[in-house]
Design a protein around this ligand. Structure first.
Ligand code: ACO
Length: 703
């Protein structure tokens, strides 16, 4: 069960104790008190320092114990060796949230000290933020408990950052970019409070229109995913996730892991949650700023208006890259844009009003989509020309932007040129008009807006689960662990498949020649027959295998031949019987896998299977908390999906059963804690209605 928390008090406390407050400018203990005072915090500030006195007019207490009233938040700014005692005093006092600014814990190997602190705090009902953080800011309560050197500009973006230094830098950078913050919180080592907890507050905060998260590593993937899904339902969440390294994947024990460049998993899961993953800081800032001001597009029909063909082509490419659809009704485009376009211009989207266009022509052309009920978004481009009255560039943009805002139509501008153009960009950005120097930057913002709203229009966070016989699976695992194994044998893997209802090739052990015929007829020809004997390890060498048996006579012959061969091979071999197995027919070979990702939790994977899995790397990933629709989306992302649809005149394959098998595999990985990896490869898929056969199953287990 998730621990109940009141994150509101961390961001909007009524009082704060600053343990390690200092009267010496330049020290963190001084900066925090100064920022609290300068930021206009209305609650009580209790500086704590054994030396007593006053700091910036506030009475200093010798200890948290001496504070007369309740304390909602304490900020710990004493050296690491003093941190436990400081936290203990706060927890004993009943402080609700303890932010530990101090460094020198798990990030430098001092894991035990960190655990000791958190365990004590939790035992008293206190939550811990950090350690190794720069503090918390919340515009709603004018609460600046950070040691930021610059003032924090107020606005509508909330930042959750794992990196302290980058977070502090972002405070400065957001101010320069005129991106105001509603909140910023540094999460640091995440010994207790993590992104999921902080999302709880910023999602509810009315001041926050967009959330920006900087994430290095995720702890508790399932909770993170759940919180992220809840957040993206309410507002856009931009994520900067660093650490694209493949090292984690190299260490993984199965194909699922080896294919799972951890970053591909992150990417897939973030998309599945509806988060917008930015490539760079600049892209993240551009998106945040745009998304906090842009209206929701009424539909998908975008129009590009340009005075230059080249930049129009670039923008068209960018629209494809970022998923912005272009409106194509020629008759309407002609009617709307002809008044602003000379004969030699183009009335096909992109609309080219040509290099001769002046501000009046632009005004005319750009005002049209703002009021048209046929077009839903505008991408306005301008290349500097001598014919344009450049003093009117900024006013034209301001005016047409206003018209778009009045009708709730999103618009972005990309303007390219010399210093006059660059100055206009700076000037307009200060006013939050979305003007960029590159069409890709502009359209990347429009794409992010569409992705957020489109995702929410069709989102379905339900989780499909299938019935599995957990008891049977647990028994198989118990037995394997008792044998000292961390992997399952082939027949044990098949038992797990059976317990989950995943179709496997039929097989029965015959104790007599009559049995063999009966089993072969039950399974259906052709069949394979194999000797079962613990004394014969290499069955083929002993002549203990017969393939492609087509009828009863061949079963009789094969049975006798196998018995004869094996006796000749090893006279005293104990023969337990002869296994009669279904001879798996040819079909489309796919792979379905699942694993517990150290960061994202249970994940599933599916794609092209067979022996070339690793060469082709044609697989897709998802969090295992998925439904059938998402499972279908996952396989349809792979190139080999075309084979399932039926390539080169073949019939469509049993995609419904593939989807079911993904859900069954996802259910196993979610519901069986001791299974860490599952790989079914190949799983052969037959024509629609004929299902699949899981031919080879590998399962890793843990204690
Ligand atoms: N209760 C209250 N105050 C105390 C106590 C106590 N039990 N014991 C000592 N103090 C006082 C000290 O007397 C001192 O006050 P003074 O300035 O009046 O003398 C004050 O607490 C601080 O103690 P110092 O020993 O002077 O410690 P200092 O300020 O040098 O360092 C700090 C403390 C800042 C916590 C340091 O140990 C540290 O961890 N620095 C790194 C912080 C950091 O970067 N965090 C990550 C942020 S994110 C990022 O990377 C930007």
């Amino acid at each position: 069960m998730r621990e109940e928390s009141n994150m509101n008090l961390l961001f909007e406390p009524r009082s704060i104790a600053v343990v390690g407050a200092s009267s010496k400018p330049g020290k963190i203990g001084f900066s925090v008190v100064r920022n609290l005072k300068q930021g206009g915090f209305k609650g009580k500030i209790y500086p704590i320092n054994p030396q007593g006195g006053e700091i910036l007019g506030e009475q200093v207490y010798g200890s948290v114990k001496d504070i007369p009233g309740d304390v909602d938040v304490a900020s710990i700014i004493v050296p690491a060796k003093l941190a436990f005692d400081a936290v203990k005093e706060c927890a004993d006092k009943g402080v609700k949230h303890i932010q530990i600014i101090t460094s020198g814990f798990s990030e430098v190997g001092e894991v035990e000290l960190e655990h000791k602190i958190v365990d004590y705090a939790k035992s008293k009902g206190s939550r811990v933020l950090g350690p190794n953080i720069f503090g918390v800011f919340s515009a709603a309560s004018d609460f600046n408990s950070t040691f930021s050197a610059t003032e924090i500009a107020r606005g509508h973006v909330a930042i959750l950052t794992q990196s302290g230094a980058l977070g502090i830098a972002m405070i400065g950078k957001t101010a320069v970019n005129n991106i105001g913050l509603s909140a910023i919180v540094s999460i640091g080592n995440k010994a207790d409070i993590d992104e999921a907890d902080c999302l709880e507050y910023v999602v509810k905060s009315d001041l926050t229109k967009v959330i920006l998260m900087y994430v290095e590593g995720v702890k508790g993937g399932e909770r993170f995913i759940e919180a992220l899904k809840e957040a993206t339902k309410v507002k856009p969440v931009v994520v900067l996730k660093s650490g694209r390294s493949k090292r984690g994947a190299e260490a993984a024990a199965s194909h699922t892991g080896s294919l799972a460049g951890a970053d591909e998993i992150t990417d897939a899961v973030l998309k599945q949650c509806g988060a917008l993953r930015a490539e760079s800081l600049q892209e993240a800032f551009n998106w945040c700023k745009f998304l906090s001001n842009a209206p929701e597009p009424k539909g998908s029909r975008g129009v590009i208006v340009t005075n230059g063909g080249g930049i129009g082509v670039m923008a068209t490419d960018a629209c494809e890259k970022y998923g912005v659809e272009l409106y194509d009704d020629q008759a309407v485009l002609k009617e709307v844009f002809a008044p602003a376009t000379p004969e030699f211009g183009s009335l096909k989207n992109p609309i080219d009003i040509t290099g001769g266009a002046n501000s009046a022509a632009y005004d005319l052309a750009l005002s049209a989509p703002a009021v048209s009920d046929k077009m839903d978004s505008t991408m306005a481009l301008y290349c500097e020309t001598a014919t344009f009255d450049s003093e009117n560039l900024a006013p034209m943009i301001r005016n047409t932007y206003k018209k778009h805002m009045e009708t709730g139509t999103p618009v972005v501008y990309a303007i390219v040129g010399g210093s006059a153009v660059e100055n206009a960009i700076v000037e307009l950005n200060r006013e939050n008009v979305p003007v960029y120097a590159d069409p890709y930057d502009a359209i990347s913002c429009m794409g992010a807006l569409y992705r957020h709203h489109d995702f929410n229009k069709t989102r379905d966070d339900s989780i499909s689960e299938s019935k599995i016989d957990l008891g049977a699976i647990e028994k198989v695992i118990d037995k394997a662990l008792a044998d000292g194994r961390t992997f399952l044998l082939a027949n044990e893997g098949q038992d797990v498949m059976r317990a989950a209802g995943i179709m496997i090739p039929g097989a029965e052990i015959a104790k007599s020649i009559e049995d063999a015929v009966k089993h072969a007829e039950n399974i259906g020809y052709p069949v394979v027959m194999k000797v079962v004997s613990r004394d014969i390890l290499h069955k083929s060498d002993a002549g203990g295998v017969a393939l492609n048996i087509e009828n009863k006579d061949e079963v009789l012959d094969a049975y006798e031949a196998i018995m004869r061969n094996c006796k000749a091979y090893k006279e005293d071999a104990v023969i337990d019987g002869i296994e009669v197995c279904e001879m798996v027919k040819k079909g489309t070979e796919i792979i379905i896998g699942a694993r517990k990702d150290p960061q994202m939790g249970p994940i599933v994977m599916a794609g092209m299977g067979g022996i070339y899995v690793e060469v082709m790397k044609d697989v897709a990933f998802r969090s295992a908390a998925l439904n059938k629709g998402e499972a279908l989306k996952m396989i349809s992302e792979t190139r080999s999906y075309a084979l399932l649809l039926g390539a080169r005149g073949e019939d469509q394959k049993d995609i419904d059963v593939v989807v079911d098998t993904i859900i069954k595999t996802a259910t196993i990985i979610r519901k069986v804690p001791r299974i860490s990896d599952i790989e079914i490869n190949p799983i052969v898929v037959y024509e629609k209605g004929n299902g699949v056969k899981a031919v080879d199953v590998r399962i890793l287990i843990t204690k």
